[in-house]
Design a protein around this ligand. Structure first.
Ligand SMILES: Cc1cc2nc3c(=O)[nH]c(=O)nc-3n(C[C@H](O)[C@H](O)[C@H](O)COP(=O)(O)OP(=O)(O)OC[C@H]3O[C@@H](n4cnc5c(N)ncnc54)[C@H](O)[C@@H]3O)c2cc1C
Length: 392
């Protein structure tokens, strides 16, 4: 892969909306990605392996629990800083951002919000430092878009719970020490359980043959009569709203992350358009190529404003789940379209690993599918504005 020459576009001077702390956090993440991720990520994606050596660095830039209070090892940052860190990581690779999102919003967040003090003390500092990695088991083989139909269940056996079932498409599963697993009790109510690697009957086979998020490890979680200690139940929230609360936090991060992937594709295509000569001119001089670039920067600017405003509302505590859905859906779709256009602008070179665009494009096919598909987020907006439920 070529040297990382990335220059972030800021067409509307949005830096003026950021505090000094926001910019410091973002710039530290940006430099780290340039130094530690860009030089290696193409190789790891090609060999379909997560680069575990970057875990310590991810922890250092605050990517594990950016908004978790410092007393639990988190970075204690606000939501805009969290978003900016996700943007910078996904500028490098959506798979690496996925690892950070899962750790922060799908593992640390439920332990922080729904766990008791002993669980917070036991797990959060180790997850914040990257000493332990976590995964989040919601999706099942027969229940993806409708997780409420899940069949994974646990029975109360007096001194422990007995967990049975299976989860599919679980990011970080193959190497995670800790899994936050959603399962139904005898009354059909959904609860979160913390399952640890090494518990008898718990296995995590890896999912192979992915053409997307190749630098992120994905696997199954299989529970065959797993005895889970009773103190591993998250006591402070149950029902489908509990996992959906985690998804709100992760989807918000994705709305920012997708901007990072889009910025990288745009920046690469812009630079290439000035260097690549055809018909004795740089291709950037042709109107067709300018149209592509002009539309890209317009869409990126709109997405940046959407994410920033959502961040302000998250910090005020006023952002709704439906507003988060809109931003996740819009920004990922925007990034995927830009990746496809940018890839064409590079001609044949666009399909190679010399440039990051094709990797971003393939990664974004997962990002537009997980954490609620493109269709599901549209239906969430539809429900919100009409009051009529298309899911029933
Ligand atoms: C790489 C990767 C990593 C992932 N990581 C995790 C993870 O860490 N943890 C986790 O729990 N899950 C994870 N997922 C799972 C992901 O969230 C699901 O794939 C997603 O929710 C969609 O579920 P599904 O694949 O079963 O598709 P389905 O739900 O079967 O959907 C198939 C199609 O039907 C459409 N559809 C479904 N219902 C409706 C409806 N009511 N109206 C209209 N259209 C509908 C969908 O939009 C989609 O186009 C991951 C997935 C991938 C690909």
């Amino acid at each position: 892969m070529r040297p990382d020459l990335f220059e972030a576009p800021d067409y509307y001077n949005l830096d003026e909306l950021l505090t000094e702390e926001h910019k410091l956090v973002r710039d530290a993440a940006r430099e780290w990605v340039k130094r530690e991720v860009s030089p290696i990520i193409e190789d790891y994606a090609q060999k379909a392996e997560f680069p575990k050596q970057i875990i310590g660095g991810l922890a250092e830039i605050g990517a594990f629990g950016p908004y978790i209070p410092m007393e639990y090892g988190g970075a204690g940052l606000d939501q805009i800083s969290y978003g900016l860190v996700m943007q910078e990581i996904e500028r490098g690779d959506s798979g690496v951002r996925s690892t950070a999102s899962v750790q922060s919003s799908l593992v640390m967040y439920p332990i922080w919000k729904y766990g008791n003090e002993a669980q917070r003390q036991k797990y959060l500092p180790k997850l914040a430092s990257g000493e332990w990695m976590g995964c989040f088991g919601l999706t099942e083989p027969d229940h993806g878009s409708n997780p409420g139909g899940m069949v994974t269940n646990f029975e109360d056996k007096g001194d422990h719970f007995l967990l049975n079932g299976a989860k599919l498409w679980i990011s970080n599963a193959p190497f995670a020490q800790v899994a936050v697993v959603w399962a139904k009790d005898e009354n059909g109510r959904i609860h979160g359980l913390i399952v640890e690697r090494g518990m008898e009957g718990f296995s995590t086979p890896e999912t192979h043959n992915k053409w997307s998020l190749r630098a992120s490890a994905t696997g199954e979680l299989i529970f065959d009569n797993v005895k889970v200690p009773k103190e591993n139940l998250l006591p402070n929230k149950s029902g489908l709203g509990a996992p959906l609360g985690c998804l709100d936090s992760a989807r918000y991060g994705i709305a920012w992350g997708a901007i990072g992937a889009a910025m990288d594709c745009y920046d690469t295509a812009l630079r290439y358009s000035k260097e690549r000569i055809q018909f004795d001119k740089p291709i950037g001089q042709f109107q067709l190529q300018q149209k592509k670039l002009a539309e890209m920067i317009t869409e990126i600017t709109k997405a940046q404003l959407l994410a920033w405003r959502l961040g302000v509302m998250r910090d005020n505590g006023t952002a709704t789940s439906a507003q988060i859905s809109m931003a996740k859906r819009n920004n990922v779709d925007m990034a995927l379209k830009i990746a496809r256009e940018a890839r064409q602008m590079l001609g044949g070179m666009g399909i190679t690993g010399e440039f990051s665009i094709m990797r971003h494009m393939m990664n974004l096919e997962s990002v537009i599918t997980y954490e609620g598909t493109h269709d599901i987020h549209l239906l969430i907006t539809g429900l919100d504005i009409t009051g009529l439920n298309a899911f029933k």
